[in-house]
Write a protein that binds this ligand. Structure first.
Ligand code: ASP
Length: 412
């Protein structure tokens, strides 16, 4: 009997969780646990390396070909507007949800302040003003394409490939051969992704085992309420809000969506990186959810860097948590500032593990909260990053289906 890849990945994830709990049970001194964790780190790391290996050529070809395939100018315009519109809408919903949950449950209130002082002492957070952040973001858009490709700088590759795609459309027949070459390059990369995915069950197993075995349980339990609020609201967004939005616009049932997207969701959960997951995300929407390559090739790579619902929700809630912890009350106007800076911070966060923690400094500073508070959240971030990256990637996949319906209501 042949077990499907999806089932293998699912079994791999379960085995990883069991193994991680076993290592944690053996204790940090046990040499078998140490060896096991080391081996898992190695195997999981190699799996992520493989995904990153195909990342740069994959997004480069998928965006260029995607944009070039949207031949008609008005269609390009429509895709562009719908994509940005959807990204802003879904992130706004996520932030409102995050702020509402934090106002309702007030995590951090009444928590032992020593924890705050101990953790923040000696931790110098890099200061980042809003203006610096915007300037840095603008500078990161236009980079020498060879540097961008060599460094797997997703945002810069997206921008260059988009311009190239537009030039291919405008040039038309003249660049027929280059377009054909890129198309074949894209197919070739997707073939490699298919091979790498055969290793996903083992890679995901190793990553989850290592993650569970290396958690700081004492800190986790003292921040249990915050962790529960964050995970609960993020899952609410991922399992209720996004599927509802998807159903209302496209009539695609949540069941069909989750069946088609689970490879990417599990990979995102285990790697905590939207960028590393990108090859899998693209494969899921094109092959399982039947989004046209022209739309998927544009929405998914762009979404992996700027559309982050999970991160937006997290940063907004975490800002209120820090305020509670520091005994500062944020009024409505200040929460509105949090809303806007969070949106920018989520857009600016690259799709790598714990990137959201770096851009969160800006959100905290925008309302005068101590940026050093990031130090409390860092040790538990790897755990929270799993769920928020999963929802980040889910948002991109939902986005590609929604944009397809908005752009081609008759063919979607
Ligand atoms: N790890 C997240 C991602 O890759 C970003 C974050 O840290 O919030 O999507």
């Amino acid at each position: 009997m042949r077990v499907s890849l999806n089932t293998q990945i699912f079994l791999g994830a379960l085995t990883g969780i069991a193994l991680g709990l076993l290592f944690a049970g053996l204790g940090p001194e046990s040499s078998s646990a140490k060896q096991g964790i080391y081996l898992c780190g190695l195997v999981g790391g190699v799996f992520i390396d493989m995904l990153k290996m195909v990342l740069a050529p994959l997004i480069f070809t998928s965006i260029a070909v995607g944009v070039a395939n949207l031949r008609v100018h008005s269609q390009l315009h429509k895709v562009w507007i719908s994509t940005l519109g959807f990204f802003v809408l879904s992130m706004a919903l996520a932030i409102v949800l995050g702020l509402s949950a934090a106002n309702l449950f007030e995590p951090g209130k009444g928590l032992n302040l020593d924890l705050f002082h101990n953790a923040t002492q000696g931790f110098a957070a890099k200061q980042m003003t809003f203006a610096e952040f915007i300037a840095g973001f603008l500078h990161s858009l236009f980079v020498n394409p060879f540097t961008a490709l060599a460094q797997s700088n997703v945002l810069a590759i997206v921008v260059f490939a988009m311009l190239l795609g537009i030039a291919l459309v405008v040039g038309g027949e003249r660049y027929r051969n280059i377009l054909a070459l890129m198309q074949e390059g894209l197919e070739l990369m997707l073939r490699l992704v298919g091979w790498i995915m055969h290793l996903a069950p083992i890679g995901i197993m190793a990553l989850l085992a290592q993650l569970l075995a290396t958690q700081n349980l004492a800190l986790l339990s003292s921040l249990a309420k915050f962790v529960a609020v964050i995970i609960g609201t993020t899952l609410l967004h991922g399992f209720v809000v996004l599927p509802l939005l998807l159903f209302l616009v496209t009539r695609v049932s949540p069941l069909r969506f989750f069946r088609g997207s689970r490879e990417a969701l599990l990979t995102a959960f285990a790697t905590s990186s939207s960028s590393a997951t990108l090859p899998v995300t693209l494969r899921c929407v094109e092959q399982h959810l039947h989004v046209k390559p022209g739309i998927a090739g544009f929405v998914i790579p762009l979404g992996a860097t700027i559309n982050m619902d999970g991160t937006a929700l997290y940063e907004a809630s975490a800002a209120l948590f820090v305020a509670n912890l520091a005994g500062i009350e944020l009024d409505l106007a200040q929460q509105l500032i949090v809303f806007f800076t969070t949106m920018m911070a989520a857009i600016g966060a690259p799709g790598i593990p714990s990137a959201g923690m770096v851009t969160m400094v800006m959100v905290l500073q925008s309302v005068g909260l101590p940026a050093e508070a990031v130090a409390i959240l860092l040790p538990i971030d790897r755990l929270l990053d799993t769920v928020r990256t999963m929802v980040n990637v889910e948002g991109d996949m939902v986005g590609s289906l929604v944009v397809q319906t908005w752009v081609e209501p008759d063919n979607a």
